[in-house]
Design a protein around this ligand. Structure first.
Ligand SMILES: Cc1cc2nc3c(=O)[nH]c(=O)nc-3n(C[C@H](O)[C@H](O)[C@H](O)COP(=O)(O)O)c2cc1C
Length: 184
């Protein structure tokens, strides 16, 4: 059982990273393997909207823009579940996460055989600043992606500096619970 934890912040020691660490602890408490990847360490460009709007993503379910996307796309396909964590920027997800899911959605959403992510559980975490502004709209934006790839919505969690203590516990418990649910 392998869970992919995707973080998407430039800060190694910020709130997003803390959430990622707790998620990893939770997955491991559930006796599964966790792989954490910070999108901000990868070289991934925005979707080029190839051709007349669709490239190989439409029929071949692959992205023709060659960079670190391909490797991570493969890891997504292999994983059994996902924990996606983003800081809230401008009431939305971070740019690095947006770039990744824009391209992933194109490859997976139209896979009529079966999306590689279909039926697999997602925990999505939004980490705004102290105001909490945009937490809900950020999670709603990620929810649309999960819907498009036919994922299972296991949990959507907002965490701020104010509620950090108990929400980190929530993230850990959610991760553990998601892993256990996969083993039933
Ligand atoms: C460009 C930018 C935009 C931001 N927009 C918001 C926002 O809309 N709402 C909010 O509550 N915090 C906003 N913040 C604050 C971050 O969401 C917050 O500090 C977050 O916890 C940072 O996560 P990190 O510690 O992992 O970097 C913004 C920060 C940046 C850099």
């Amino acid at each position: 059982m392998k869970i992919l934890i995707i973080t998407s912040s430039p800060n190694d020691d910020g709130l997003t990273a803390a959430c990622g660490e707790e998620a990893k602890v939770g997955v491991e408490m559930g006796s599964s393997d966790a792989l954490t990847i910070n999108l901000n360490t990868l070289n991934m460009s925005a979707c080029h909207a190839c051709g007349n709007g669709w490239g190989t993503c439409h029929d071949e379910h692959t992205c023709q823009v060659e960079d670190d996307f391909q490797k991570l796309h493969g890891k997504m396909a292999e994983a059994d579940g996902y924990i996606i964590i983003t800081p809230v920027y401008w009431h939305d997800m971070s740019e690095s996460l947006k770039v990744f899911i824009d391209r992933l959605r194109r490859c997976e959403a139209l896979n009529s055989e079966k999306s590689n992510l279909a039926g697999k559980p997602f925990i999505c975490v939004a980490a705004p600043g102290g105001s909490g502004n945009g937490c809900i709209s950020c999670l709603a934006s990620i929810e649309r992606f999960v819907d498009h790839v036919k994922g299972v919505k296991y949990d959507f969690i907002g965490v701020t500096r104010r509620n950090r203590d108990y929400k980190l516990t929530t993230i850990r418990e959610a991760a553990k619970s998601m892993v256990k649910s996969l083993k039933l």
